[in-house]
Design a protein around this ligand. Structure first.
Ligand code: FAD
Length: 544
């Protein structure tokens, strides 16, 4: 998408005059080097996934100027991160750390408070500090992407080590984990698989968590807990610290793998299918974080725009979707299960036989023969991702609309047919109300599933953006009434989602606020992230 040449008045953080702000940035430039402090005074360029901006959300649902940085700074060491934090406290300037800023669908690189100074950790702090081939662990800085880690492991000839990747491999291993993102091997719960953090606190001190607190230890990446309270949790989906190093466990190469796909013909197959999946998943016969996708998104995943199938308004009619699916290599269906079986062939065949017998209990279930599919079929991207190989094929469904952008509704539930149906029906009803195509995908973890519903919209069409946001707000509210909450959300919805976790007179948020005020008395670090506002901002009109 070409750069927008819109005239803009560069933003400064609220509460500081422009001249004082520029002087403060010069002072910071003296510490980091002038070239590592950039004022955001140029046109906002959206770029694309691999050349994404670090000044704003390239897939913004609001006006681009709403969540926008006043400046971006590039530290190269933990000590420099400490200096930035001390500087922010001195001038009471809000700062917002990103690792790589590819948090697309959840806010990209944008800060929650307009005019914050974005700390782009990834540009210069991008070293792989350790890959341990005996312990199957690594220690990384924020700028290490899945691609980077994967290639480093290959270069060192460690074929016995695998990584886990989300759908897109250009993100940061740290950034994804601290936002509690997911991938698709048995190590798909990234936060659960990390071990050890180094964190700069909002007042500038540095801590190492778990075994990292014991000088000279050699277990920082193998035993996450150490001794005493397990503090790591407060540094994920929060604004209590800046993570400068993180340990991650690596999966052993399972000695072989085989992707598989089943399709199911009817919408109503969802509930019985989920009930079949649950015991298989909990007992690890279905070994990976697999996806059960609706046919509409599978049609879109071929990268063909919606307009080639339908030019009317309102959601694309299902008979058109089925006709399109029937003409595609996988063929017509309502739900598609993309799974992976690990291990040598003699082990795989037993697990695959159980899966086949169970899935075929659904009338009309079909196992797709991968040999019947063309090389660029979406199925193979799923197979690569489930084998820990970074990929970007998943971006294709974002082309469903012109100037495609997306934003996610991501509630969690147990792996039960009744829950799947309740959420699916709710999603369909509210999408229909706003005339939006419905893309549900159930991502099945060990005891729960994330329903990821991606709303794809034209980022240059204010009406469709408004419809998408209204639809999301309705979804969050209606889901909460049924007892469902989101596992993660976009900046614009953080207050609303946090507000649904309100048991016992919002006791949890009161606790979060107490922590925030104790750790960040000047309220400089990522104010408002995940609905946590420091005292200086709280109840002063920042919530949305
Ligand atoms: P960042 O943008 O750097 O970080 C995310 C947020 O975490 C930041 O905004 C910041 O608030 C906080 N943060 C980051 N680093 C630090 C730090 N060092 N200290 C303190 N706070 C920090 N996501 C998934 O999880 N799984 C998927 O399968 C997936 N599929 C996607 C498919 C598509 C088509 C698209 C467009 C997106 C998808 N995403 C998915 C969302 C997103 O792309 C990834 O989660 C991505 O890894 C997040 O971006 P990042 O790693 O660059 O993190």
């Amino acid at each position: 998408k070409p750069a927008k040449q819109r005239q803009r008045v560069p933003v400064v953080p609220q509460g500081i005059e422009r001249d004082a702000f520029i002087a403060a940035l010069e002072e910071l430039g003296g510490q980091l080097g002038k070239e590592n402090v950039e004022v955001n005074d140029k046109p906002l360029v959206d770029g694309w996934y691999m050349e994404h901006p670090n000044t704003h959300d390239m897939m913004t649902i609001l006006d681009e100027e709403e969540f926008v940085a006043s400046a971006v700074v590039y530290p190269s060491t933990t000590e420099e991160v400490q200096s930035i934090v001390q500087w922010a406290n001195k001038h009471k300037i809000p700062i917002f750390p990103i690792s790589m800023g590819r948090n697309l669908g959840y806010g990209g690189a944008a800060p929650r408070v307009r005019g914050s100074v974005v700390i782009d950790l990834g540009r210069r702090m991008n070293r792989i500090l350790d890959i341990n081939p005996e312990d199957y662990t690594c220690l990384v800085e924020p700028g290490v992407s899945y691609y980077g880690l994967y290639e480093a492991i290959k270069e060192r000839g460690y074929d016995h080590l695998w990584i886990d990747v989300p759908d897109l491999g250009g993100g940061s291993v740290i950034g994804n984990a601290v936002d509690r993102g997911v991938g698709y091997t048995p190590y798909g719960d990234h936060w659960a698989c990390h071990s050890g953090l180094e964190v700069v606190l909002p007042t500038g001190e540095v801590i190492r968590t778990g075994m990292g607190a014991l000088p000279g230890n050699n277990t920082w990446q193998t035993f996450p807990y150490g001794f005493g309270p397990f503090s790591d949790g407060i540094f994920s989906q929060s604004n209590y610290g800046i993570v400068t190093k993180m340990g991650m466990t690596l999966m052993p190469n399972p000695g072989g793998y085989e992707g598989f796909m089943y399709t199911f013909p009817k919408e109503e197959d969802l509930a019985p299918l989920i009930d079949i999946i649950r015991p298989l998943r909990i007992s690890m016969i279905l070994e990976n974080v697999a996806q059960l996708r609706h046919v509409t998104q599978s049609v879109a995943a071929r990268g063909i725009p919606r307009s080639k199938f339908y030019s009317g308004s309102g959601p694309i009619p299902m008979d058109i979707v089925h006709k399109a699916a029937a003409e595609q290599p996988v063929g017509d269906h309502s739900w598609g299960y993309y799974g992976m079986c690990y291990g040598p062939e003699h082990i795989r065949k037993h697990k695959l036989a159980i899966i086949d017998a169970e899935f075929k209990k659904i009338p009309g279930a079909r196992k797709i023969d991968p040999k019947s599919l063309p090389e660029d079929e979406y199925y193979f991207a799923r197979e690569r991702v489930a084998a820990g190989i970074p990929d970007i094929h998943e971006l294709r469904w974002v082309n469903w609309t012109p100037n495609g952008a997306h934003i996610a509704f991501s509630p969690v539930s147990p792996i039960r047919g009744t829950d799947a149906t309740a959420l699916n029906d709710l999603g369909r009803r509210i999408h229909d109300k706003y005339g939006i195509d419905f893309f549900p995908a159930f991502i099945v973890g060990l005891r729960e599933m994330h329903l990821i519903v991606e709303i794809v919209f034209d980022r240059d069409d204010p009406e469709r953006k408004k419809a998408a946001l209204d639809c999301l707000r309705d979804l969050v509210e209606e889901a909460a009434k049924l007892g469902y909450g989101e596992y993660r959300t976009h900046l614009v919805l953080m207050d609303q989602v946090a507000g649904t976790y309100n048991w016992n007179d919002s006791a949890l948020m009161k606790f979060n606020e107490k922590l925030k005020d104790a750790l960040d008395p000047n309220g400089i670090l990522a104010p408002g992230r995940c609905g946590i506002w420091p005292k200086r901002y709280r109840n002063r009109g920042w919530e949305m």
